[in-house]
Design a protein around this ligand. Structure first.
Ligand SMILES: C=Cc1c2[nH]c(c1C)Cc1[nH]c(c(CCC(=O)O)c1C)Cc1[nH]c(c(C)c1CCC(=O)O)Cc1[nH]c(c(C)c1C=C)C2
Length: 522
């Protein structure tokens, strides 16, 4: 039976997208979006700061700052700013390798080669070339009894230990902000896992082998208008007023959709399945809501604590298997043009230290995962507009990312230089790290801002995909549409679970997950 009332839990990107798409798919159902905070948008937060001391207005991001055009279901493209594939931020990406790095290769800021030709002349050739050239000739070495493994173990098997630590760990820092020795390769990088299978044991051969017809996912139809034309040759894009343009547009859409209600500051305290398959959603903003169906876009461990059966026992144990990473995102604005601060490009990532992650008591524990040169990709968000911004802009904005697998002292959720005259030791230490990593003296920033993103990205542990399949079966959902008549612990597909914790942590993935949810209910 189609839903009469759907409760969507969580007003981040996935919850917003779920509510929009469910309201379209079920125009006669009521949709209620419940959000714990007083605002919607989750980790997407954009802040514009006016800095009279340098005569600039600067747009800063606390969470994701860009989107890739391959995510087809992004809904709003007004005021879009794009980074072409040929621009330095798309082409020039760096690794920072500290001097005591545990291998004989180069140190300092090193550009990552983007083609086999640039690899030949790169100082990183000693690590990359042998790994990539010999990989196709290595025997098939995936143990027959494994169905998943960590990213580190996968790269070590195929490309060697040094490659896995230097490149594999840095890649994982920049996407999952976690330890590559813990992250599932199948869940996080399915295309690499599949390439090994397609290439009969070799990733390189796999990527050179075209996918068989049956491997190609059926193309869905998207209402894209002239977006593909706009996005031709584009690497990533964002918006003039930052990523919140997107979540605000989604919120406006929901506010003007008659069958949707939004309740903010609603802390959900339990979900109870009633006799007639309805679900009682208890929350802090009034009487419990009785829904025919529930979509949870909450972090999985939050949902885990909400689910009780009739005997008050916790159900669906697989929800609490994955840890989450906390990322301290620190924006800094310097009163000099980018040419005086950093090389032109996307930014740099820092690999895992050779002896693993030191604890916070160790003074050499930088805790920095990487730095993004925001001025290079997102300079069009700032005023005044400057011709040849890299050489002439009034300022440089960049973002340092810390935390994740490094242990860190607790920080306030938000703190900026406009709230204190004293630079905290945390920022002073980061500034010192930045000087070392960029290899130059730097002035103090005219503005800095800490965003403490507590438990913002899940670390999908090996076995995650199978656990999620089990979870779907436990909830009566299934990967095969229409077949939800298995033992479902009573839920019989009345609860759907979506979001980064299930799979897909990029902005595009979250929006796509909301687009797909509830298909079993038609
Ligand atoms: C809060 C910090 C985040 C870190 N990773 C993510 C966030 C939100 C999520 C993420 N980052 C990237 C991807 C892949 C995107 C895609 O393929 O479509 C995801 C899911 C890539 C990426 N990494 C960094 C940036 C600026 C981007 C572009 C996308 C975005 O704006 O998030 C840099 C970076 N991210 C993190 C660290 C530690 C880091 C270091 C330089 C963690």
């Amino acid at each position: 039976m189609p839903p009469t009332h759907i409760a969507v839990l969580g007003g981040g990107l996935t919850g917003l997208s779920s509510a929009i798409h469910l309201a379209r798919r079920f125009p006669t159902s009521k949709i209620t979006l419940l959000e714990k905070q007083g605002r919607l948008g989750g980790w997407v937060r954009s802040e514009r700061v006016d800095l009279p001391q340098i005569g600039a207005s600067v747009l800063l991001e606390g969470g994701p700052r860009s989107l890739r055009p391959n995510g087809k279901s992004v809904l709003e493209l007004d005021e879009v700013i794009t980074v072409p594939k040929t621009a330095p931020p798309a082409k020039a990406r760096f690794l920072y390798i500290p001097k005591s790095n545990g291998y004989s290769g180069p140190s300092g800021l090193q550009r990552i080669p983007s083609s086999i030709f640039s690899m030949l002349s790169s100082p990183l050739a000693s690590v990359m070339l042998p790994a990539v050239l010999f990989e196709p000739f290595k025997r098939y070495n995936r143990p027959s009894n494994i169905r998943d493994e960590s990213v580190d173990s996968f790269f070590t098997r195929r490309l060697g230990e040094t490659f896995a630590r230097v490149f594999g760990s840095a890649l994982v820092h920049g996407i999952y902000a976690t330890d590559s020795r813990k992250l599932s390769v199948r869940a996080a990088f399915p295309s690499i896992w599949e390439a090994e299978e397609r290439g009969r044991g070799s990733i390189v051969r796999g990527f050179l082998t075209p996918k068989k017809k049956k491997d190609l996912a059926e193309e869905e139809t998207y209402d894209l208008g002239d977006v593909p034309e706009i996005m031709r040759g584009i690497s990533v894009y964002s918006f003039r007023d930052g990523m919140e343009t997107l979540t605000k547009a989604m919120e406006r859409n929901l506010e003007t959709t008659p069958n949707v209600g939004i309740t903010k500051n609603a802390h959900v305290s339990s979900l109870k399945l009633l006799e007639d398959q309805e679900v009682e959603v208890a929350h802090s903003q009034g009487t419990p809501l009785i829904a025919s169906h529930v979509v949870s876009a909450l972090p999985l461990q939050v949902l885990y604590n909400l689910i009780h059966d009739r005997n008050n026992t916790l159900l669906v144990p697989n929800l609490n298997k994955n840890p989450y990473s906390t990322v301290h995102v620190v924006n800094m604005v310097f009163p000099l043009p980018p040419k005086d601060i950093h090389p032109e490009g996307f930014g740099y990532l820092i690999p895992r230290p050779p002896d693993g992650y030191p604890d916070a008591s160790n003074p050499s524990a930088s805790g920095v995962l990487g730095t993004v040169f925001d001025s290079c990709s997102l300079y069009e968000q700032d005023f005044p507009r400057t011709e040849n911004y890299y050489n002439n802009a009034s300022h440089t904005k960049l973002t340092m990312m810390t935390g994740g697998p490094y242990s860190k002292p607790p920080l306030p959720p938000h703190l900026s230089s406009s709230e204190t005259d004293v630079m905290p030791p945390f920022i002073r230490n980061l500034l010192d790290q930045l000087k070392t990593q960029l290899g130059k003296e730097l002035p103090d920033p005219v503005y800095w801002r800490i965003w403490n993103n507590e438990a913002c990205i899940p670390t999908l542990l090996p076995g995650h995909l199978e656990r999620m399949e089990e979870m779907r079966a436990q909830l009566g959902l299934s990967s095969t549409p229409g077949s939800f008549d298995r033992d479902s612990g009573g839920w019989k597909a009345h609860l759907a679970v979506v979001g980064a914790g299930v799979g897909g942590v990029s902005v595009g993935d979250c929006i796509e997950a909301g687009r797909q949810v509830g298909r079993e209910w038609t």
